[in-house]
Design a protein around this ligand. Structure first.
Ligand code: 26Q
Length: 866
């Protein structure tokens, strides 16, 4: 096995070299690399269940030992938290040893590695996932049972690592899981937030936010690495100096130094040969204090804002447009990028000293959206001001190292920072950005669009105007060698609508990598019943070779298999019904159709469209108690950004409508609506296995990809969706008979807008829609308080219905009528659900990672030797 590795390593290394020097040969060399990687991956697949020979007795002993040693308690006194911590500690005994081995292997082989920079990693809980990946799930369950504990109750003690907002953060978590599973050298870099995404509660139907304290009682998975602390400068001023040879030299005199303390969380690949790390930076006040600067006034300047060093990593920002200008967010971004770049450079220098010639071969940095894009001018600064490199050489290195993933087309979500703020916080970086910009505008931009000032001002990194702004998207495109969107349609729109001129300049720069999700967490570990069924019919390596699940496709019409599959769905629904009762007090019937919409609350995701349709169903039932429809339960999970007024009004409206419907005996429980509070990864793991219908109803062209759609389909939910983001590819894979598509297409949306879309036409044109919207003005759902829900109606009519809910309403309603018919036909429904589970292999994040490796990262997999 080792020999194979060494041999293929050389091939891939040669490939990497070629790629760096001459990118046009990429297509040719990719094939070779893929072959090399395949050889390695196949050769080293390890079944976790056969890997660690640990008996139940041994694990019991280890857990009990840790109750004593790490928890200072014993079997009789320990509470569930102590049991959780002791169990995690026992697991860590296996994992941490693998971390060291992995790092040693990668260091000794001097490998090329990907550095995934992301402000967010939405990891969720780790105990079950780690056990699943090291194949100890059954052993652990048995051990805890024999110790008189309930494994699931112990696992429930673990708080979520909620260090992210939603899709983008969870994608980063799935990606590092896949990187470790595929045995690629990789490190995730992020922020060690003290408070993750806020906890959500409802009071009288309204959202309230409470701080999340995931580390309040310690976190067993992380290790502090004081030996790798970094010092990060901010604020201050730049001095221009001249060398004896007359060369300009810039010296940044920072106003403040912040200490970055790294915490490592192991990332356990399936089979646990490779255990990579997620390195999260915590900010602390530095011991160092520059009194010269203080006396020169720079520090006093910075003190006006009085930003305490410790506050930098205090809290994760919710994706809130109104928050965009916040100084602290910019410092957060810079702080973690600077720490990470320093760490990367430090590691490189340990192997190569001052010889920078191998840097591009060894290092690739993936920028997860524009949030870490300040890493580009930071690396320029290090190379020019610190390593004394010439501009052109430094710029070549940067352009060989960075790649950027775009996750949104919404103009308001594209990051911009005011030049004034940038200058105050990062004066040297602003100079560098100006230099990058002027070289770009006067260079390649001028070659392509000579004299076209309109295009130049559009492509400029600096947006002119009253308040000059730094456009991070443009900087990302100019500074990266690859730019990718996250689903086919989205990547096409990135080229045609978002960056068309850049795409003319650099045709090979833009590419697509469709998102994916890890089947380890999102099937094997969260849906053990279905996983066991699959394992009976598919090869046991399906968690890494997901196309093996296709084996169940031939059973899609088999009555016995259908029954087993649907019985499992039913049991999962019984479990979820219990959770719903616990969280909301509402009793729901597990035989009803469970229709689930889980995602952040946003107008473009159109929870309000779901709501008006629910109100229409309610109205139909009131008008005709025998209205033909299966019993339905509509289930929501969503957090609204704290400053997003309308999103919060939509939550309130859903909760109020739910109250009224759930307590109306006239409709005989045919309809229930529940909004589960505090939607997060661990709740998603309970909801997804129990879904019959998956709501993916964004306005076409707005949802970059979606990843919840993939998880739900994998677990056998039927997608009711628009032709948006990854829904299009899901429909292609599942087959059009196995999804229910509705609504305007991207082109139709564009046309409707161009033709002066008027929501009132739909209001007056559809009696039911009008009646439902008028309901918002009454006190039907808010007794004694008429008009309390009027904001929702206003957004859909007076404010122009920016996301075309009314245009899509009728089509959506028809889609649901189709669902009713299909659901009543139990055989057809079971077949559709099975087909979805069978055909989702494309959406395995291992495939996404392999695409990144082949087209962007050019990495080589490594066996971590025993
Ligand atoms: C911006 C400025 C200030 C504070 C926060 C932010 C911020 C934070 C998070 C902006 C955006 C985000 C997150 C975006 C996100 O999750 N996008 C989703 O990414 C998924 C993974 O690619 C896609 O599947 C979704 O379609 C996309 O919406």
């Amino acid at each position: 096995m080792t020999t194979t590795t060494t041999k293929t390593r050389r091939t891939a290394k040669a490939t990497a070299k070629k790629t760096v020097t001459k990118k046009s040969t990429a297509a040719k060399t990719t094939k070779k690399t893929v072959e090399a990687i395949k050889t390695i991956s196949n050769a080293t697949f390890v079944d976790p269940n056969e890997r660690f020979d640990i008996s139940t007795e041994e694990l019991k002993d280890s857990i009990v030992k840790h109750l004593h040693v790490t928890q200072g308690t014993d079997q009789n006194k320990a509470n569930e938290k102590a049991w959780f911590n002791a169990t995690a500690a026992a697991v860590n005994e296996i994992i941490f040893e693998r971390v060291t081995k992995t790092q040693k292997t990668h260091f000794n082989k001097d490998t090329r590695a990907v550095h995934y920079l992301s402000l967010e990693f939405l990891m969720g809980r780790l105990l079950k996932n780690n056990m699943c990946n090291i194949g100890l799930m059954e052993t652990a369950a048995a051990a805890l049972t024999e110790l008189g504990q309930d494994f699931h109750a112990v696992a429930e003690e673990e708080p979520d690592l909620a260090l992210g907002n939603g899709g983008l953060g969870r994608l980063a978590a799935c990606f590092i899981d896949s990187l470790a599973t595929l045995q690629y050298p990789a490190i995730g870099y992020g922020i060690h937030y003290e408070h993750g995404l806020f906890n959500q509660t409802f009071q009288d139907g309204r959202q309230f936010e409470r701080p999340d304290s995931w580390r309040e009682y310690g976190n067993p998975w992380e290790i502090c690495r004081p030996e790798s602390v970094q010092e990060i400068p901010v604020y201050g001023y730049v001095e221009t100096k001249y060398t004896d040879e007359g060369k300009v030299q810039k010296e940044w005199h920072p106003g403040r130094i912040i200490k970055g303390v790294p915490w490592d969380i192991p990332v356990v690949g399936y089979g646990a040969t490779t255990v990579n790390v997620l390195r999260l930076w915590e900010s602390r006040a530095s011991d160092f204090f520059n009194w010269d600067v203080f006396n020169a006034g720079g520090y006093l300047d910075s003190q006006v804002e009085n930003v305490q060093a410790e506050t930098i990593s205090k809290v994760l920002y919710p994706n809130d447009e109104t928050d965009q200008g916040k100084e602290l967010r910019l410092i957060q971004q810079y702080f973690f990028c600077a720490c990470s770049i320093k760490d990367i450079v430090r590691r490189y220098k340990r192997a190569h000293g001052e010889d920078w010639s191998q840097f591009v071969e060894q290092v690739v940095v993936q920028l997860n959206d524009t949030h870490p894009v300040v890493a580009i001018p930071e690396l320029m600064r290090i190379l020019i001001d610190r390593a004394g490199m010439e501009w052109d050489q430094a710029w070549d290195i940067c352009q060989g190292v960075f790649a950027y993933t775009n996750h949104t087309l919404l103009p308001e979500a594209l990051e911009k920072w005011s030049v004034r703020l940038f200058e105050k916080v990062l004066p040297r970086h602003l100079e560098i950005i100006y230099e990058i910009n002027s070289r770009f505008l006067n260079g390649i931009c001028d070659q392509f669009f000579p004299g076209d000032d309109a295009i130049k001002s559009k492509l400029s990194i600096i947006q002119e105007g009253n308040e000059k702004m730094v456009r991070m998207g443009n900087l990302a495109v100019i500074g990266s060698f690859k730019v990718n969107g996250v689903a086919q349609v989205h990547s096409a729109l990135v080229k045609s609508d978002l960056f068309p001129e850049f795409n003319e300049i650099w045709q090979d720069k833009f590419t697509n990598v469709t998102n994916g999700v890890t089947p380890r967490r999102w099937l094997k570990s969260c849906n053990p019943r279905l996983s066991n069924l699959i394992s009976e019919y598919a090869d046991k390596d399906w968690p890494v070779n997901q196309d093996k699940i296709r084996a169940i496709e031939s059973l899609a019409d088999n009555a016995k298999f259908q029954k087993r599959y649907m019985d499992i769905k039913h049991e999962n629904k019984v479990d979820l019904a219990e959770v719903i009762k616990d969280l909301t007090g509402v009793e729901v019937d597990p035989t009803a159709l469970f229709d689930i919409q889980i995602k952040r609350l946003h107008e473009y995701k159109r929870q309000q469209l779901n709501l008006i349709h629910i109100m229409a169903l309610y109205r139909r039932l009131l008008q005709n108690p025998d209205y033909p429809m299966p019993k339905r339960v509509f289930i929501f999970g969503a957090k609204a950004a704290p400053g997003y007024y309308l999103a919060k009004e939509i939550i309130y409206a859903i909760n109020k409508v739910a109250d009224r419907i759930n307590n109306d005996s006239r409709i005989k429980d045919k309809l229930k609506v529940v909004f589960l509070p505090n939607y997060r990864v661990s709740l998603a793991e309970k909801m997804i296995p129990a879904a019959d219908v998956s709501e993916q109803i964004s306005t076409a062209g707005k949802e970059a990809s979606g990843t919840g759609n993939m998880k739900l389909a994998l677990n056998g939910a039927i997608t009711v969706g628009t032709l948006d983001g990854a829904n299009i590819e899901i429909a292609e894979e599942a087959g059009e008979d196995n999804v229910v598509i509705f609504g305007l297409t991207v082109d139709e949306v564009k046309k409707a807008k161009a033709d002066g879309y008027n929501p009132w036409d739909y209001y007056y044109g559809n009696e039911e829609l009008k009646a439902v919207l008028d309901w918002f003005d009454t006190d039907y759902f808010t007794p004694g308080k008429p008009g309390e829900l009027a904001a929702v109606k206003r957004s859909l009519l007076d404010d122009g219905d920016a996301y075309l809910c009314l245009a899509d309403y009728e089509s959506y309603s028809e889609a649901h009528k189709k669902v009713d018919v299909l659901f009543n036909d139990k055989k057809t429904w079971a077949r559709m659900a099975i087909m979805n589970t069978a055909r989702m292999a494309k959406f395995n994040s291992d495939r996404s990672i392999q695409d990144y490796v082949d087209n962007i990262w050019k990495l080589e997999a490594f066996s971590v030797v025993e």
